[in-house]
Design a protein around this ligand. Structure first.
Ligand code: C2E
Ligand code: MG
Ligand code: MG
Length: 748
């Protein structure tokens, strides 16, 4: 854990250094701008303006960018971006097709969708009404393209009237060169009140507006933009929201039609005449105008309500309320669209992600904390995906990612690695820091399956296997895994029978004082002598037993069998001063049952409490509820020793450690296996040793396999150790032979 933080700190430092150098050089950035207010304006001779420009200016100021604006039509900017003539294009909507040609920033600038406007004298209310009409479309706009495709689906041919900007779309309608036209909702927010141009209730193609860079450009520019945008969007007082308010809430910029001055003169004359002739008529006109305005407002607000309702329904049907990610239904739609758009030689990967041990967090810290954690996890996962990968949440602790454009399976591996890394830094939930991890299963299309259902099933199976191997890892799907899942379903029944039929036994591994090589304790490790499979190791069944709760009676059996064995050795005078370490699962704490079973085991076997040491994994810190806390205190009062197992792998919380009644800390073998070679891990081990000393704890190093490890640990003040170098776990009769030798010699 410490080395992860260390690595991350180094990376952040390197990143910030490179950014600082970049700022000193004043990076020249060529930004393509086109007429698409209020996102961007590109009036010849005037400075570009708009929401995206406000953001560019803000970032440029922070980063010392030297920005040059390149005004052009959207269409030619797209081809300039393709050629690398500009470094950034602002206000470009994301689409899968474009993502194949350009790099997109992860953070969108704003959500947007297409709207159809019509001339007041045409009768257009729904999509089919557009059949046979002249429709003004901006060249290159995704909304225009989407409408063309929609109308093709409706089998509604029409006459396109192509123009170069959104203002020209409205102009074409006002001048009746077109019956209707397509603009986006952000633009419409400013121009909805133009004379003779009326909004219809046709809305379509929700998209997100981004910044894009050429495909082969360095990703650093977009990364910097993303970082600033994410920070700005997270702060309601930031320049981002100032800009939205400025542009979206501004008074509608009325466009004055060419005929208006003449009409005004005539109307003025008529009005003056009317005033003279009959004041009463003027009153009528005013009343009716007011009424018309009221109806128009009412209509507008009805349209808005209907849009909101539709949006809300979409949200419910396709999105998950907690994380705002697409739900299973949303996932299905995206997957099927992606599969349909794929060429025959393309591949895709489905990554099934399951958060490890979420249940512990829900049980220990409450569901509110679990929900907050899931939200943070969703953000972390999303943050390392490319814009065209799709993350969805299936409910509970399950997420699924669609990774398209996979070349080699190693591409999927890279994504999975990044996803796991994104969770490696602690997440703050209130005052608690939580270390999360996940298990990921990967299925490939078309290699493993070609239907949505089997792809999901296979990815799920692989995930399950990854979880069984201890979590915090990914696995690709293999056909044999399906057989293992079926096996697991029968495991529970067979394990229950094993307990009844006396098929369980204990092996013992010596714990040695490193200076003297004397055995000072033994750890009891559970084994299952399965008549069909032979000796089964705990890794194959402990986690299943924890899931079903069978671990509680299993753990009680271990306690009693272990205590009885040590007492037996003591009676034979063979185990003077030797302690017995027993692993206990956090589930055994429920209802303070552990305290009762320890009392019972000690009283039945007659073993003195100071010879018993309970090994509890770090995860216990997470469920530090009243049962656990008070049980630990009672056990310590009874005189039983407490040891924190696998230290460094899970939810290490150093502040907690100080308050808890532990005697011993066991450094996990994953660290020991890397010393004395790797600097980072060596440092972790020495840090843990120093920490333990400071807290007055004894330290046992687990998994010592080489003499070099042994020597390193001894030289750095580690007093005790355990590992294959001294002895593997062995059956009781072999251990008793070892106890008879005063000093443990060499390897087993
Ligand atoms: P653990 O408590 O960390 O136990 C140490 C594990 O490391 C044992 O694996 C041991 O055989 C292995 N080991 C010891 N020295 C070395 C070494 O030098 N190199 C390597 N590579 N491994 C070494 P085992 O027996 O397979 O047990 C695995 C885990 O299963 C244990 O990890 C413990 O968490 C769990 N377990 C075992 N027995 C029980 C039990 O009775 N109750 C509960 N709740 N869990 C148990
Ligand atoms: Mg242990
Ligand atoms: Mg351990």
């Amino acid at each position: 854990m410490v080395h992860r933080i260390f690595l991350q700190t180094c990376l952040l430092w390197l990143l910030s250094c490179s950014l600082t150098w970049a700022a000193q050089d004043r990076i020249p950035v060529r930004v393509g701008v086109f007429e698409n207010p209020p996102i961007v304006t590109a009036t010849p001779g005037a400075r570009p303006e708009g929401i995206s420009i406000d953001m560019i200016r803000w970032v440029a100021e922070q980063e010392g960018w030297q920005v040059t604006y390149v005004p052009d039509s959207f269409d030619s900017l797209v081809s300039r971006l393709h050629k690398g003539d500009i470094d950034l294009l602002v206000g470009i909507a994301y689409s899968d097709e474009r993502a194949r040609r350009f790099q997109f920033g992860r953070e969108s600038l704003i959500g947007n969708w297409g709207m159809v406007f019509r001339h007041a004298k045409t009768d257009i209310h729904s999509l089919p009404d557009l059949k046979g009409k002249r429709i003004a479309l901006m060249r290159g706009s995704t909304h225009s393209q989407a409408l063309v495709e929609l109308l093709a689906q409706f089998d509604a041919p029409f006459t396109p009237v192509y123009v170069d900007s959104y203002p020209q779309v409205l102009e074409a309608i006002a001048e009746r060169r077109a019956d209707a036209g397509v603009v986006n909702r952000v633009f419409a927010a400013l121009h909805a009140h133009q004379p003779d141009v009326v909004v219809t209730s046709i809305v379509f193609n929700p998209i997100f507006v981004h910044y894009a860079a050429p495909k082969d450009a360095s990703p650093a520019l977009l990364a910097v933009l993303d970082r600033h945008l994410a920070a700005l969007k997270a702060d309601p007082e930031s320049a981002y929201y100032d800009s939205l308010r400025k542009w979206l809430e501004a008074a509608p910029a009325e466009r004055v039609p060419r005929w208006l001055p003449w009409t005004a003169v005539v109307a003025g004359g008529v009005l003056a005449l009317a005033l003279v002739i009959a004041g009463f008529l003027r009153h009528q006109v005013q009343r009716q105008t007011g009424e018309l305005q009221r109806r128009a407002d009412q209509l507008q607000s009805e349209i808005e309500q209907r849009e909101q309702a539709q949006e809300h329904l979409n949200q419910l049907a396709y999105f998950d309320g907690l994380t705002r990610l697409p739900n299973r239904e949303g996932f299905r739609t995206v997957l099927n669209q992606t599969l349909a758009a794929m060429h025959t030689d393309e591949r895709l990967a489905l990554l099934f992600i399951d958060v490890d041990r979420l249940k512990n967090i829900n049980d220990g810290l409450g569901h509110g904390a679990g929900d907050l954690l899931l939200q943070q996890i969703a953000i972390r996962l999303q943050s390392v995906l490319r814009a065209h990968d799709h993350l969805s949440r299936f409910g509970g602790d399950e997420f699924v990612v669609i990774v398209s454009e996979i070349g080699e399976s190693s591409d999927a591996e890279l994504v999975a690695t990044r996803l796991l890394q994104s969770l490696s830094m602690p997440i703050d939930i209130g005052s608690t820091q939580i270390y999360s991890s996940a298990s990921i299963g990967i299925a490939l299309y078309p290699d493993d399956a070609i239907t949505e259902e089997s792809l999901l099933k296979h990815a799920d199976t692989a995930m399950y296997q990854a979880k069984e191997l201890g979590g915090n890892r990914f696995l690709f799907y293999h056909a044999q895994q399906t057989a293992r899942v079926v096996e697991r379903l029968t495991l529970d029944t067979r394990l229950r029978q094993a307990l009844e039929r006396d098929e369980l036994l204990l092996h013992y591994q010596p714990i040695v004082e490193l200076d003297s090589r004397r055995i000072i304790g033994v750890e009891a490790l559970l084994r299952w002598e399965d008549p069909d499979r032979g000796l089964v190791m705990p890794g194959a069944f402990i986690s299943a037993a924890e899931d079903t709760g069978l671990i509680v009676p299993l753990g009680e059996w271990v306690l009693e069998a272990g205590c009885a064995q040590l007492r037996d050795w003591q009676r034979g005078g063979k185990a003077d001063g030797v302690t017995l370490a027993v692993n206990v699962s956090t589930r055994q704490f429920e209802g303070r049952r552990l305290v009762k079973s320890v009392e019972q085991a000690l009283s039945r076997t007659g073993l003195a409490p100071e010879f018993l040491e309970l090994e509890i994994t770090e995860n216990v810190m997470l469920i530090m509820n009243e049962d656990v806390r008070s049980s630990l205190d009672s056990l310590r009062e009874m005189g039983v020793r407490l040891s924190l197992d696998d230290f460094g792998t899970g939810y290490s919380s150093l502040s907690y450690l100080k308050q808890l009644p532990f005697h011993t800390l066991k450094i996990d073998q994953s660290f020991v296996s890397k010393i004395p070679g790797q600097a980072g891990d060596t440092q972790i081990v020495t840090t843990i040793l120093a920490l333990a000393k400071g807290l007055g704890l004894e330290v046992v190093a687990e998994g010592i396999e080489t003499q070099a490890q042994y020597d390193f640990l001894r030289e750095h003040g580690c007093e005790f150790g355990q590992g294959y170098l001294m002895s593997r776990p062995v059956a009781a009769d072999r251990l008793v032979a070892m106890l008879e030798q005063p000093v443990l010699e060499g390897k087993s």
